[in-house]
Design a protein around this ligand. Structure first.
Ligand SMILES: [Mn+2]
Length: 328
């Protein structure tokens, strides 16, 4: 399909990560070289790791898409290009574009989502290859023969690959070939690493260290549980406690008449106990504390109004009780 001269909208999943940013950045530059009028959207902005990358690459993008605002920009010939996701719901408010565009190209490495493929949508051209460990590698293979990838794009794609492979923990056979080719095209590996590495500032480091100082450690069914409290940076603090060696980290903060509890666990904790933070711990604690929250298997948080009694003691007892009962 010729994209030359056509209006294109490149959109990533919401809270774009470095892999999505690198892929969208390179595709956008390719399209602009094709004389395509291209708009780049990162719905709801980018995630923590992506922030450095944005300032480093100096990318102009839209955070929110007001379909009304761009209605005059888009026409029947316009093409929507979805990057690093194939689930239209992942586009946040930009999903309106998905339903209103006549041609949608999907460049992604995640497993095909039923939402996209249940109804055979003739508007959709999928380039989805789940064997790719990053979208950046897929973009490289798609463009390499037709577009002279320059050193800046090579550096961005390197950052995307390093991020999505979790520093080469999971790779595909071609990963190192692609990395080597990107380096030969002038990719700057050190700059790529610095793009996705976030330096903690003074207050975050202080929050982590103070939380470590105040930590209470106990063992339930041979799992090490650490509980502490801070005024801010609960997520970072909980992650830090897991890095120190806890199986489950519970960090709470109290602000005025509200409390907030943030939890993190190791992959092993979830696998062995079958206890998911989002599915089991948060609802259980929410009932006891009359709070509400949510999360994933290894991370989550809840919030509520302060109750009588010692919050730390209640958390400890409740978590131990759930562990003792097992996830049945
Ligand atoms: Mn990805």
């Amino acid at each position: 399909m010729g994209l030359r001269g056509r209006k294109t909208v490149v959109v990533t999943h919401k809270n774009a990560d470095p892999d999505a940013i690198a892929s969208a950045f390179t595709i956008t530059r390719f399209l602009r070289m094709q004389k395509s009028h291209t708009l780049l959207i990162f719905p709801q902005g980018v995630n923590e790791a992506g922030k450095n990358m944005l300032s480093n690459l100096n990318i102009a993008y839209e955070k929110y898409i007001l379909v009304m605002k761009y209605r005059h920009v888009l026409d029947d010939e316009s093409v929507l290009i979805m990057i690093d996701t194939n689930n239209p719901e992942n586009l946040s408010e930009a999903s309106k574009l998905f339903s209103s565009t006549n041609t949608v190209i999907v460049i992604d490495h995640h497993r095909p989502h039923p939402l996209l493929f249940m109804r055979r949508d003739s508007r959709v051209y999928p380039l989805i290859i789940p064997t790719y460990t990053s979208c950046s590698e897929l973009v490289y293979d798609l463009l390499n023969d037709v577009y002279p990838i320059n050193s800046l794009e090579a550096t961005a794609l390197l950052a995307g690959i390093v991020y999505d492979t979790r520093r080469f923990l999971t790779i595909m056979p071609r990963t190192f070939e692609i990395v080597s080719e990107l380096l030969r095209k002038g990719g700057d590996y050190r700059r790529a690493i610095s793009m996705i590495t976030r330096e903690m500032d003074y207050s975050e480091k202080m929050a982590r260290l103070k939380a470590a100082q105040r930590m209470k450690i106990f063992t339930c069914k041979s799992y090490i549980i650490a509980i502490s409290h801070v005024g801010a940076f609960e997520g970072s603090v909980a992650r830090g406690i897991i890095e120190l060696g806890a199986d489950l980290a519970i960090v709470y903060s109290i602000r005025k008449n509200m409390f907030r509890v943030t939890l993190r666990s190791t992959g092993r904790f979830y696998r062995e106990t079958g206890i998911s933070i989002g599915r089991d711990l948060i609802p259980y604690l929410s009932r006891v504390l009359n709070a509400s929250g949510g999360g994933h298997d290894n991370a989550g948080s809840l919030e509520g109004y302060r109750v009588g009694g010692d919050l730390e003691e209640i958390l400890e007892k409740t978590v131990c009780k759930l562990l003792a009962e097992g996830n049945s």
